[in-house]
Design a protein around this ligand. Structure first.
Ligand code: URA
Length: 433
């Protein structure tokens, strides 16, 4: 087989065979196929696309390029969730304990963040003592006992994706639906997941800005799952403004804990209950979505979900005093109020700008080596649709720098205003089962 023939075939819009895709993935991973030929094939895929079958084969080949995690020693039907990433997205800290509170095991492998704010592990490490470096045995034992464990990815998972993603990043081939879908799914499947709820974000702060693109990505990932015999539900959720009111590491843990204690932050609560309900049904805990939603909602009110959160944090070395008394979480030195310069309504809040402002404060990393500052972040005081008057506070920046000029400018610039109330912001756009 010759790589040049594969490039030509795809360039001419033809579907590649299983053997051809395997040849490409193996050859590129072991270094036999050079970057220039892989780049040419990626660009051909970018323009000509892939069938769902080709995309599933590519995904499986990337899974098979490295180690996979065997979760068969976990009792019960394990479910996983994956979000395509959004600002203020702390749903994992709500959904994990919520699903665990009804006895469904959640075994979550997560990464660290690069960009806006920290990743799941960085946020959890805002809780003093929290240890995300569990051995495989410890991870499995914690899931069996507490029904929830969150650990950093270990092992050489989907190395083909790692190599291809780096190449896509520098060859303008990231935003291709089959390439994104196979990249995300290969990592999920290598982590041993059989049942996955995907939270595909859509809007200004999301990877996919339009509903059409987000739907296409969700459909593609669902098709990969189907082709490879996995159960997938995809929820398309809104990212036209940050989720909830808090952005930053300790801030997001605090808001998640408050929801688990029964606080009503509507968008965050609705999305968490939606995803958790699909997970509970997939795992077989309930026969239908309505029943699951009802039971899970009860556990937010009666303290069971918060109890599951505490047990999970304690089992991984975290100081539970920090989540029982949320004011003891890391906190910044200064709290700077940003005021509205208009009367009217908030018509939009650009999530990406809020995320960048949080990063400027130190909540995220620009390079892998950067240290996260767990105490800094942003609290939104207004959300889309809220009425504002001139000089009213629209957000608060929690900063260790007394005058973080650039972050203030970025956060203030994220808010758009209108004279008339905007149409109500949607939380969930669509569910694909
Ligand atoms: N996230 C991934 O893991 N892969 C992509 O291709 C895009 C986003």
């Amino acid at each position: 087989m010759r790589m040049v023939d594969l490039i030509q075939k795809k360039r001419n819009g033809k579907a590649l065979t299983s053997e051809e895709i395997q040849f490409f993935v193996d050859g590129y991973t072991n270094g036999d196929i050079p970057d220039y030929q892989a780049s040419a094939l990626l660009m051909a895929i970018y323009f000509k696309g892939m069938t769902s079958e080709e995309t599933a084969i590519l995904t499986q080949a990337m899974v098979d390029s490295g180690e996979t995690i065997d979760l068969s020693q976990i009792k019960g039907n394990i479910v996983d969730k994956h979000s395509t990433g959004g600002v203020g997205d702390k749903t994992t800290f709500i959904i994990g304990p919520l699903v665990a509170s009804v006895g469904v095991p959640v075994a979550k492998m997560s990464g660290r963040g690069l960009g806006h704010t920290g990743g799941t592990l960085d946020k959890l490490e805002a809780i003093e003592g929290f240890n995300a470096s569990l051995s495989k045995e410890q991870f499995i034992q914690n899931v069996n006992i507490y029904k929830l464990a969150v650990a950093g990815q270990t092992g050489n998972l989907a190395p083909a994706d790692k190599k291809l993603y780096s190449l896509r990043d520098v060859t303008a081939t990231v935003d291709s639906i089959p390439l994104i879908a196979s990249s995300i799914m290969s990592k999920k499947l290598a982590c041993g997941a059989d049942n996955i709820v995907l939270d595909v974000k859509t809007g200004s702060g999301a990877f996919m800005k339009s509903l059409e693109e987000s739907e296409a990505l969700a459909n593609e990932m669902a098709a990969i799952g189907k082709n490879l015999g996995k159960k997938i539900v995809a929820v398309i959720s809104d990212m036209n403004q940050p989720l909830g009111y808090e952005v930053g590491n300790a801030n997001e843990i605090k808001e998640a804990a408050e929801i688990l204690k029964g606080k009503r932050v509507e968008d965050l609560r609705i999305l968490s209950l939606e995803i958790a309900s699909h997970m509970a049904v997939m795992a077989g805990a309930y026969s239908n979505y309505r029943r699951a939603y009802h039971e899970l909602e009860k556990n937010l009110e009666n303290g069971r979900a918060f109890l599951a959160f505490k047990s999970f944090i304690e089992a991984q070395g975290g100081n539970v005093e920090r989540i029982e008394n949320l004011h003891t979480l890391p906190n910044a030195k200064y709290h700077i109020e940003v005021k509205s310069d208009k009367n009217g309504y908030v018509s939009a809040i650009d999530a990406e700008s809020i995320g960048l402002a949080a990063m400027l404060l130190g909540a995220g990393r620009a390079t892998k080596e950067d240290e996260i500052n767990h105490g800094v972040g942003i609290t939104l005081k207004k959300k889309t649709g809220d009425k504002v008057t001139m000089d009213e506070t629209i957000c608060i920046l929690h900063s260790d720098d007394e005058t973080p000029e650039e972050a203030i400018k970025k956060a203030a610039g994220a808010f758009c205003f209108s004279n008339q109330p905007p149409s109500p912001a949607k939380v969930i756009h669509k569910v694909i089962t």
